[in-house]
Ligand binder design. Sequence first.
Ligand SMILES: Nc1ncnc2c1ncn2[C@@H]1O[C@@H]2COP(=O)(O)O[C@H]2[C@H]1O
Length: 702
Amino acid sequence: MLGLISTVLSLSFASLLFGSGGYGAFQSGITVMLITAVIATLAIGWFSSHPNIAAIPLPSAVAMMAALIAEQSIAQQDIRIMMVSATLLTAAVMLGIGQARLGRAIRYLPLPVLAGFLAGVGWLFLIGGIKLIQPQLLSVDLFLNPSVWLVLAFGVALFFAQKKLGGSLVLPTGFLLLVFLFNLLGAGMPEWSQNWFFSGRNISFWSVQWLPNYSAVQVDTLTDLPWGGILTLALISVFSMLLQATSLELSLGEELDLDRELKVASGANLLSGLLGGAVASLSLSQTSLNRELGGEGKAPFVVAAVVILLFCLAGSFIWQVLPLPAVGVILVYQGLVFMDQWLIRSRSRFSMMDYQIIALIFAVIILNGFLTAVLLGTLITILMFVRQYSRLRVIHLNTDGSTLRSRVERPLRHQKALVKYGDRVRIVRLKGFLFFGTAYGLLEELKSCLQPPCVFLILDFSRVTGTDSSTANALLRLHQSCQQRKVILLLTGTPFELKRILAASGMNLIDSTDEGAQLAPKTLMQTAGLFPDWDRALEWCENELLSRLPTTESGEFTLESVLKERMDLMPYEVVHLVRYFEPVSVKAGEKFIQQGDKADTLYLITKGRVEIQLEIEEGTHRRLKTMMPGTIIGEVGVYTSSIRTASAVALVDTDLMKLSAKSLNDMEAHNQLMAVRLHRFVVMLLAERLADSNKVLGELFD
Ligand SMILES: Nc1ncnc2c1ncn2[C@@H]1O[C@@H]2COP(=O)(O)O[C@H]2[C@H]1O
């Protein structure tokens, strides 16, 4: 059955391409089409990644080839050369895509564009079927020719019979019935059937010149071929094959190795191309048929190949009694199947907008031909991509400094001030790919953030995967708006390429990591500041904000003021507490807590700044926190009697009050109230640090 259907289809495809070229051309056309079918059935059936994959000459490639021949008026002798070129080029494209493991890329192609093409393929079949008996389509004869009506009527009848009855018998039985019927009709009404049959010449298979006449090929013939159209044919063939393969995956309920399928199909096409054949690929309908009939293993493919070969050898006796209208009916039927699937039944599967694209491409194929439709399809694909992508959010986080805080542990008074005035700092973290489709929307959204009270805008690029020149242009315009509104723009995690384009476009940039960089607000108002990460930029903004505050909110700290603020101690209690501590001073750059060391003291910072560093590997570390006066460090080691969990380095000359584990025990024994207050203070600090760590984790989990 596989062999019979392949033969009928190959026959109709050959008629479509060579039907108007006289008996000799038709005969060799049929032969190569059948040889293509044999090679594809055996090669793909044998080497496919799934044991039951059947193959035939690819209908969409045949239809496109017919369209190319009609649009470019290719001479009959060059059709074969064009077919070989298209088959070999398709083999090369398949191999290239398979080798580059890009088979899965089919998933990124917009389905409506492909559906439009496949509906168009249906139309080309329908027209091809009619052309077989009425070569001049645009004439009144079309309506007066009874054969045309007969072909259409039988085509529709066959289509509905297949729909109603289903199964694999309808097509071959219908075809045999039609051959019989048209022979009968032809004999009965000779005036109707003048050009239904080929003249009675009998060419044997062995004398058919089925290889193209390579010796007659000249450079001109090759350069004159419509290579743009041939390349399009190759690409559409690959898409159409991959589309069938993904549909097959659905119906088989198993994954196919698409890259391997491409390579196998490439091999089959290389072989059939060298023998003058057409493009072939795995076939959804033939594979489903094989499964319905219970075909297992390689045997069905061998039998099918033998059946096709038999037709190939005995063909010359059969072709003379073969009525062209019967073949035309098969083409009309095939066309209706495609149009039904992609134009009618797809209506419910696609959104209105997608369906309009299908209809548009279909209409352009009818009115203007395949090549225009390909251009339009490419354009629509690009536009759809841009539209889809520009809808993706590129803003990962848009918040202000009252909720997001830098990794600096500040005195309570500063923390309160930042909650109050933090809305002056806007932090926008971007993500994904920034390009012309997203740049404008982003610019508008960012501009709307520049309203008072915003004074600083931090733009973080650390999650951005790529940018283009439109993004740089949008940033230049954003910087202008910032200058007009007196907002300082800080860029963090900026990709090197973006920095380069911005600098080349005339944007002044100051890099905070450069030695001697002047990060004064006045200078930054004219330029933009570059920071390695958003945390450092936010720290700089917080420091700026705090330095602008009245001294009651920002002022200097003394040990007394800190202890009063954090532990609610009266001045005489402070004196009491301080007796348990011992003052120490550390110089800028000194590491006074070493990660991994045994711990026996904790420290209260009274002046200066300390960085807590997590040492990752030999010589490298990450900043966990920067500690300001009024906080305690080294408590983990003391309370758990274990080793230091991180290192502490003084960033500037720093004054500390040291409390040893022994003194803490003394305090617990002799001044319990004081000890309770100290413990409460430490618990509160730890709770704050835990909450901060959760925020960092939230970032990592995201
Ligand atoms: N994630 C963190 N956040 C804030 N402080 C920390 C963090 N990790 C460690 N520290 C401090 O750094 C100190 C290193 O020595 P300890 O482990 O004794 O006590 C530690 C804490 O005081």
